[in-house]
Design a protein. Structure first.
Length: 339
């Protein structure tokens, strides 16, 4: 775990001197404002489900968003909403029906956030703040694999430094035009919100006028490609996009970027990889028709710290996604290679 944390931080160029917020995370989850009573989520907290969820060792998840009264999300940039001070977002993780951890992102100032992980007790009555260094190997997943409760550095690695990204809260992720083929897709939870509810309740302002008549959707030649691009967007594009420090790799896994070509295809299909796949020298990131010579697939399947992608957050490969990706790559014609 320690090696993965250091590797992830190094890859993302995290600065050691991140400003600390004045406010600190409460010691108990029950003190964060999530619940109105034990086990009862407060009505002011909005349930939601991104249509392209992040893979986390097969955990079942629940998510809630809180916006302070009288505030709204600035939605002028569909890919990077600006949340008001006081925003809180929680994500609960459960394995085999038991809650294991709940993570909190709390915006305490214009550029300050509290990021915290809470570990649930055996009685399932409350969760308690995990130390800053996290809790490696806290959950037994079987077959020798263990799930880590993330450190603050791990949280920053994925969510950013000063301007934290709420990765599941974008116009695409909450689009009412949901992808029925999305990998690990979840229904909108009862009483949950999509763009429709946020706009109707004026909790999202500044968005384009036709946001609801032309909601965000990944444009692809077929449903399989749409689902694959969505998976890469939800699991990889948080780091692999122009705004992140990995720009020198020329690897952009967003499904759209304003140009005619799809960045996630333009920068992978037939493109050389700096990483050398064992047994497949000079393999490109994606080799049409040949999954075995596709570096992207190899790195997603690996759980070696030096080659695993994403580098943090999972102990188990996503076998369903790997099978779908393998079949998709095998079906790509040679003409798919970008010039």
């Amino acid at each position: 775990m320690r090696l993965r944390s250091l590797l992830g931080a190094a890859l993302l160029g995290l600065a050691p001197g991140i400003a600390r917020p004045t406010l600190q995370a409460p010691p108990r989850l029950s003190q964060t404002g999530l619940y109105a009573a034990p086990g009862l989520v407060a009505a002011r907290n909005l349930a939601y489900a991104p249509q392209y969820p992040l893979w986390t060792d097969g955990a079942a998840k629940a998510r809630w968003l809180h916006l302070p009264a009288g505030t709204a999300i600035d939605g002028r940039d569909e890919a990077a909403w600006v949340f008001p001070v006081g925003t809180k977002a929680w994500k609960e993780f459960a394995f085999q029906g038991r809650k294991v951890e709940t993570r909190l992102l709390w915006k305490t100032g214009p550029r300050t956030w509290v990021l915290a992980t809470y570990a649930w007790n055996a009685e399932q009555t409350d969760a308690f703040l995990v130390p800053e260094e996290g809790r490696p190997g806290a959950v037994d997943l079987g077959a020798g694999a263990r799930h880590d409760l993330p450190s603050r550095a791990d949280c920053r690695t994925c969510h950013g430094q000063g301007q934290v990204d709420l990765l599941g809260l974008t116009a695409l992720q909450l689009s009412p035009d949901r992808d029925p083929g999305a990998l690990h897709g979840e229904p909108v939870p009862p009483g949950g919100v999509t763009l429709r509810e946020l706009v109707a309740r004026r909790l999202l302002v500044g968005a384009r006028p036709d946001l609801l008549t032309r909601p965000p959707r990944i444009l692809a030649d077929n449903p399989t490609t749409r689902a694959i691009l969505g998976y890469l967007a939800g699991n990889c594009a948080a780091c692999h996009r122009p705004e992140r420090p990995l720009t020198g790799l020329d690897l952009d896994l967003r499904p759209s970027g304003g140009e005619a070509e799809v960045p996630a295809l333009r920068t992978t299909v037939g493109r050389p990889s700096l990483y050398q796949t064992p047994g497949a020298p000079r393999a490109p990131r994606i080799q049409p028709g040949d999954p075995g010579r596709s570096t992207l697939l190899h790195r997603m399947a690996s759980r070696r710290p030096a080659s695993q992608m994403p580098p943090l957050g999972t102990a188990l490969p996503d076998t369903e996604a790997l099978a779908r990706l393998r079949a998709w790559i095998a079906a790509l014609p040679p003409a798919a290679v970008s010039p």
